[in-house]
Design a protein around this ligand. Structure first.
Ligand code: DP6
Length: 351
């Protein structure tokens, strides 16, 4: 849908300014794992958008007579370790945002979630950056389709980032079940009110950055022996999940969400070469959740990212019970007793 645009020379007066956007992380319930071509997912994914784990990014821009230039700062400090990823991102997007050839930009980002919490920040980081860039385009060109384009640009930085621009939930990847769904960008998925009152408490099992990056993990899916079955399963699970959400069938919702989380890690375990991101305490927590659910009628279930941390999903009416369970039985498995209470949120915000 979005095509590379031709070069246009813009008035210099329009080419300077500042914009700031805040954008959240998201947690996938149907997992994006495996891609083809340029950041095209092999199966559709569905995520809940979070509200407290955010990146806030400011871009100041001014005219440049010798092409596009950028400087990147994280909490006011230069970060040369992000240069490679950012260079690739800007190479990918420049033909879709050609005004960039006429400006130089200074980017400054901060995260609201703690450093070294093992929380992946690429979704919030690339969505906040893309919202700023698309906002600059809007102020120069008065372009439309702002959120779709921001999601499209975010995807070229990190796949999961394209789902963060909207709330309370998003779907990315073509599915016959969702008419407007696309591979190029995510679309919003409205939740019934019951699910808008869901919490996500993130138990920090491991604070270190993971041993194998998602990008390497996605790559190993290309020749994975279970790739075709995984694509079929993800599509089936999406169908079951959407039905369970619309019918408020909590039992089915829990089954699908946990099956997706464990399948993601089963794909890692059965890759060639194999790798393991789960830690013994991840398994300890899962077993505790299962025995807690056997004794209590609760909405509590878990999901996992590409890492050892556990996301606990539960309805607001279970807040007190689940918080007591966390404190009494789960904190001993968390690194330095750390966890983050987050909940469903509504996507990027202009500051
Ligand atoms: C397990 O979006 O981090 O979190 O596109 O290579 O940047 P890149 O990968 P990334 O992969 C996220 C994988 C996941 C599942 C998900 O968020 O759907």
């Amino acid at each position: 849908m979005f095509q590379p645009s031709k070069k246009i020379v813009y008035e210099k007066s329009k080419l300077s300014g500042t914009t700031t956007w805040q954008s959240p992380s998201n947690i996938a319930l149907i997992k994006y794992w495996g891609k083809r071509d340029l950041q095209i997912p092999i199966n559709p994914s569905l995520s809940f958008t979070l509200s407290k784990c955010n990146t806030q990014t400011t871009i100041s821009y001014k005219p440049s007579s010798d092409g596009f230039k950028y400087e990147f700062y994280f909490e006011d400090q230069p970060k040369p370790e992000f240069k490679k990823k950012l260079d690739i991102f800007f190479q990918r997007i420049i033909s879709y945002l050609p005004f960039l050839n006429q400006i130089s930009i200074k980017i400054n980002s901060t995260n609201t979630f703690p450093h070294s919490s093992g929380i992946a920040s690429s979704a919030s980081a690339f969505s906040a950056l893309s919202l700023c860039l698309t906002d600059i385009e809007k102020s120069i060109l008065c372009s439309s389709d702002f959120l779709k384009k921001s999601s499209f640009i975010s995807r070229l930085g990190s796949g999961s980032a394209c789902r963060s621009v909207y709330g309370p939930a998003s779907i990315w990847g073509k599915s016959s079940l969702v008419k407007e769904s696309k591979d190029d960008y995510a679309v919003p998925f409205d939740l019934p009110n019951f699910f808008k009152n869901y919490n996500d408490t993130i138990l920090i099992v491991d604070e270190k950055s993971k041993s194998v990056s998602s990008t390497v993990g996605h790559d190993l899916v290309k020749n994975h022996q279970f790739k075709n079955s995984r694509v079929k399963q993800a599509n089936k699970n999406l169908d079951k999940l959407i039905k369970s959400i619309l019918n408020k069938d909590i039992g089915e919702f829990i089954k699908v969400v946990e099956n997706e989380a464990l399948t993601l890690h089963a794909m890692m375990l059965s890759s060639n070469p194999s790798f393991i991101l789960l830690k013994p305490n991840t398994i300890n927590i899962i077993n505790k959740i299962w025995s807690f659910r056997n004794k209590n009628n609760t909405t509590l279930c878990f999901t996992l990212d590409a890492g050892a941390n556990i996301h606990l999903l539960y309805h607001q009416t279970d807040f007190e019970t689940v918080q007591n369970f966390i404190k009494d039985e789960l904190l001993i498995f968390c690194s330095n007793g750390k966890y983050i209470d987050d909940k469903i949120g509504y996507g990027g915000i202009k500051k």
